[in-house]
Design a protein around this ligand. Structure first.
Ligand code: MN
Length: 618
């Protein structure tokens, strides 16, 4: 299993005898149905309750002890990498107890981390991962000191790009005409074979890779588990220290989700505008996962315009997220989605279209305000949106559709197709650039950070990063998946232990591997395993605590305060003390807001309405 973000049947080694663990439950249910068993309605005395509880506890201890004998060290080794294993063998109660215990083990592991282990990782990076920027690609000078705007397209898959779908009125329409125009523009480097490399941490894993060029963990969310206490040499700190960038994240959800508040401080983000900075009235302005995207982009302006330029900002969108619902008031009357009979698939195109519109409105603002020409805009999809279970129904959209970039039928849908569905868009949009093109190199989320650093003229030779510059010559020609599988232009191994190996070009299983193919598979598998192992050691043991790159000042999370009051105070004071030297848009516009430049069709907002900064209710 990979990428489904939950407990899947394949995530735990299964055995036909596992059914025995559920046999007792089955017997009890049958007895109840047959009315051979009844609830005892008599009140229970304290002493009796205590006896029963103690007895249960003893049974549990016995169970625990027996499990450890039957599966020696199972708990020791497995609990951290795969908690579902514990749940399956011991039950949910014991899991809660063991989870607490293994948090303790994780802390021990970090306390016992060794400098020597770090040196092994560092040697590995120098020998296998680091690539100098490609000298033939000389954009660096013109891009230096440009604002960097990263737009995280929630759950956005590559197949949506340039796809036309047939609405229930029989008309064909592009789902995301605006994003398509950016994807196809000569101002954009668009990667056709970019893969999401997330594990169970999904969105947070994507963030981990983009901000640090290290992988999420084999199980759970790295940000959630370690983010706030981790030593990072992350994107916002590097950009701030080497090039004087300010930094901010805009997000429509609560800041505590995935431990983002603590993590962003450790990463050196100067500002975090989470839900508390916006009017998020649930009835009109927010959906399940937070403030609607159109509102997030627009309501971010009063804050964005106060940041010193150049800035590095990230927008975490939320509207195109399961369950893919938007209000009727937000539906585009000129757009109609497909009717596959699968609501999850049909609605996915509706919210993707909404996201497209919200980005177009933000782009219009960037152009109106002049920020556009001073920026590099990076757009990427974090991971799949349609689940493995629902994906076979996409066949109804793809079949006989010349605009479909993927194709399979409901009957022949297999793990190769699921691997192809991990493709997400990755675009580097550079206004004024004329050399943009589509690039077919096999790349993934782990590669974004060194690529952007090199574009911005940053020397990465002293950093510990597991990605490779997407433009560099001599880079590897395979993409590692978090489950140990890989994709190369020739071969697809859907997961580490996959029995079937596919020809990437035809999508068909390779019946008999040639000797050469066998060798390639074994070698690449070993490389993927080593890559993931090195990243896991670094992150699990917090090995960067032993290392400060030359010229880098360690980040102290205590230096950051994201509260509403202190954020506004800090931004105002910065602009005041810099005076004529302040490079914020607000200062450049003579202390006037640029919000009236924002044109939007949000039903909650009257066009051009000049709203003051939202003040949270105390
Ligand atoms: Mn996500």
């Amino acid at each position: 299993m990979f990428g489904t973000g939950g407990i899947g049947a394949n995530s735990v080694p299964t055995n036909i005898w596992d059914i025995i663990y559920w046999a007792d439950l089955l017997v009890i249910v049958i007895l109840f149905i047959a009315k051979r068993l009844h609830f005892d309605k008599r009140p229970v005395g304290t002493k009796r309750a205590f006896t029963a509880f103690s007895f249960a506890l003893m049974l549990f201890a016995l169970n625990f002890w027996a499990a450890d004998i039957i599966k020696p060290q199972m708990i020791m080794r497995k609990a951290q990498s795969d908690k579902t294993y514990v749940v399956r063998y011991l039950g949910l109660g014991p899991w809660l107890l063991t989870d607490g215990y293994y948090t303790h083990v994780a802390n021990e592991q970090r306390a016992n981390a060794k400098l020597q282990t770090f040196q092994q990782v560092q040697n590995y990076i120098k020998k296998n991962r680091y690539l100098a920027p490609n000298v033939s690609f000389d954009q660096s000078k013109s891009l230096t000191k440009r604002n960097v705007i990263v737009i995280h397209l929630e759950s956005f898959q590559q197949f949506i790009i340039n796809l036309k779908i047939t609405g229930s009125d029989g008309q064909q329409r592009e789902v995301t005409p605006f994003l398509n125009s950016i994807y196809n523009s000569t101002e954009t480097y668009s990667f056709e074979n970019f893969y999401s490399q997330i594990g169970q941490g999904k969105t947070s894993d994507a963030e981990t890779m983009l901000e640090t060029s290290t992988f999420g963990l084999s199980s759970g969310s790295f940000l959630n588990t370690y983010g706030p206490t981790q030593t990072f040499q992350a994107m916002p700190a590097i950009l701030s220290q080497t090039q004087g960038y300010s930094s901010a994240v805009f997000h429509g959800n609560r800041g505590s989700f995935y431990n983002r508040i603590g993590t962003y401080k450790s990463m050196g983000y100067q500002n975090f505008f989470d839900q508390s900075f916006f009017d998020s009235n649930k009835n009109t302005r927010a959906n399940t996962y937070g403030i609607k995207d159109k509102l997030l982009f627009r309501d971010s302006v009063p804050y964005l315009e106060q940041l010193q330029q150049p800035f590095y900002v990230k927008y975490l969108t939320v509207s195109n997220h399961l369950p893919y619902t938007i209000g009727k008031e937000d539906e585009d009357p000129n757009f109609q989605t497909v009717n596959t009979g699968n609501k999850s698939v049909d609605n996915y195109f509706l919210t993707a279209h909404y996201l497209d519109q919200s980005i177009k409105q933000f782009y219009d603002y960037l152009k109106e305000s002049g920020l556009y020409d001073k920026s590099v805009i990076v757009l990427y999809g974090d991971h799949f949106g349609v689940s493995n279970e629902n994906s076979p129904d996409l066949a109804k959209v793809f079949n006989n559709n010349p605009t479909a970039s993927l194709n399979f039928t409901e009957d022949d849908y297999d793990s190769f197709d699921w691997t192809q569905l991990q493709k997400t868009p990755f675009m580097i949009n550079i206004p004024g650039n004329k050399e943009g093109k589509k690039i077919s190199t096999f790349t993934g989320e782990i590669d974004v950070m060194p690529t952007l650093e090199h574009l911005l003229g940053i020397d990465t030779s002293n950093y510990v990063q597991f990605g490779q510059d997407m433009f560099a010559s001599g880079r590897q020609n395979w993409v590692a998946l978090r489950n140990g599988g890989f994709i190369s232009p020739d071969i697809t191994l859907p997961s580490l232990n996959s029995k079937t190996i596919y020809d990437t070009r035809t999508g068909l299983p390779i019946a008999e591997l040639t000797e050469e193919q066998k060798k390639t598979v074994e070698e690449t598998k070993a490389k993927v395993t080593e890559l993931l192992k090195m990243s896991d050691e670094l992150n699990n043991q917090n090995l960067l605590q032993f290392y400060t790159p030359q010229g880098f000042k360690p980040v102290d999370s205590a230096d950051y305060n994201y509260s509403f009051a202190s954020t506004l105070k800090r931004l105002a004071e910065q602009q005041k003390s810099l005076g004529a030297g302040s490079t914020s848009l607000w200062s450049q516009r003579g202390d006037k807001t640029s919000l009236p430049l924002y044109t939007t069709d949000i039903p909650e907002v009257k066009n051009g309405e000049d709203v003051p900064i939202y003040t949270p209710k105390q």
